[in-house]
Design a binder for this molecule. Structure first.
Ligand code: HSE
Length: 384
């Protein structure tokens, strides 16, 4: 196996390091030589002996010896061009590029199939946590009915900090940013877009569907207040940015929204920058994947494992069905805060200072909105 790593940032350099440090063990595992032939980046980087540095990705793509291209530059323009060209040349591709897969999976997978090349992207979801391939291969006996997860470490860190250190959103964001957690485009994290990319990938594989990414209704955490975090806690909940996908009568329900999760639930105890994915299956019932969702070696671990898989037999086919019917999941319990009492059915209620807090019984959002028409209130989903 001869590998070209394109993109030598945090993760890319970590991949080269692991492949070099673990060379002997990896070769023993797959019974063939594992060589990093190229490292490609715009800025010069000192690479281990024997690895050729280039600033031109065409050097990697045009080398017939390279049979695995690792794309770690991110973005959806040059990265897409690199991946498509590599696949067209019959090279296998490994990427951590969640946005690219979420927006262009159908086109990219078709090129892979047409050219008998493989594409793996485990590191795109949950960093190092093995979940994409296990959901596909190790759970193949099962139909996956529901996916729920905390898929963005940055927002989970911010929400955790707001609770533990009694901070408001802006203060916690400043700390997260100082620690280097927040993406260059902060909106990807804060507005739930990054989590939406990841739930797209999980839903696509679990339900064997392609759909338009823009159909995922996505609400981030900017509106979550310290006050709501405290009130939720009094009721036995934590507020988490939950990405969810499940089959519903009309098609598929897929969305990302700040949600109250029971403090006694495993998902409710996933704090700091950790990620979790809970799958509900017909035979295995519930299975939970938990671990670190970002970081150099964490993410590189998943990339290296994907690189090894390109030279192993696979049971993957990327022939998924395109579906139109993607909706937000609106049948739920809801948390409501209002400055006066409301005439609604509820499971829990209390009042404090000038606030009236409700956890409703499960109902359709449209029905609740109708009952509350003309009122001013804050509303969050509650995980059932
Ligand atoms: N911004 C992402 C997160 C990085 O916070 O989870 C890992 O995908």
């Amino acid at each position: 196996m001869k590998i070209g790593v394109i993109g030598l940032g945090t993760v890319g350099f970590g991949v080269v390091e692991i492949l070099t440090q673990q060379k002997e063990r990896l070769e023993k595992a797959i019974q063939e030589e594992v060589t990093v032939k190229y490292g490609c980046a715009l800025d010069e980087v000192t690479l281990p002996d024997g690895v050729i540095f280039t600033q031109d990705f065409q050097d990697v793509l045009n080398d017939e010896e390279v049979d695995v291209v690792v794309e770690l530059i991110g973005g959806t323009t040059i990265a897409k061009k690199i991946i498509i060209e590599a696949l067209k040349k019959g090279k296998h591709v490994v990427t951590a590029n969640k946005a690219l897969i979420a927006h262009h999976a159908q086109e990219i997978f078709q090129v892979a199939e047409d050219n008998h090349a493989k594409i793996y992207y485990e590191a795109a979801v949950g960093g190092g946590i093995p979940v994409v391939v296990p959901a596909k291969e190790d759970l193949i006996a099962n139909e996956i009915e529901k996916i729920e997860g905390i898929l963005n470490g940055t927002t989970n860190f911010i929400l955790s900090l707001m609770e533990t250190d009694n901070l408001d959103f802006q203060e916690a964001l400043t700390i997260a940013d100082g620690l280097g957690y927040v993406e260059a485009d902060a909106s990807l994290d804060l507005d739930g877009i990054d989590a939406a990319h990841k739930i797209y990938i999980l839903a696509m594989n679990a339900f064997e569907i392609f759909f338009d990414f823009d159909k995922i209704q996505c609400t981030g955490i900017r509106q979550v207040t310290k006050k709501d975090i405290d009130y939720a806690k009094k009721l036995g909940y934590r507020i988490k940015l939950i990405a969810q996908a499940k089959k519903i009568d009309q098609g598929y329900g897929i969305d990302v929204s700040p949600t109250l999760v029971g403090i006694k639930d495993i998902v409710g105890n996933v704090n700091q920058a950790y990620n979790v994915v809970e799958l509900t299956c017909n035979y295995l019932e519930n299975v939970i994947f938990y671990g670190k969702g970002a970081g150099r070696y964490v993410t590189a671990s998943a990339v290296v494992s994907d690189i090894m898989k390109t030279h192993q037999p696979t049971m993957w086919k990327h022939q998924y069905q395109y579906v139109e019917n993607i909706y937000p999941i609106t049948y739920s319990q809801y948390y409501i805060r209002c400055d006066h009492p409301l005439d609604i059915d509820y499971e829990m209620y209390f009042s404090q200072d000038h606030d009236h807090i409700y956890i409703t019984n499960p109902l359709e959002l449209s029905q609740l909105q109708q009952q509350l028409s003309g009122e001013t209130y804050s509303l969050l989903k509650v995980r059932g």
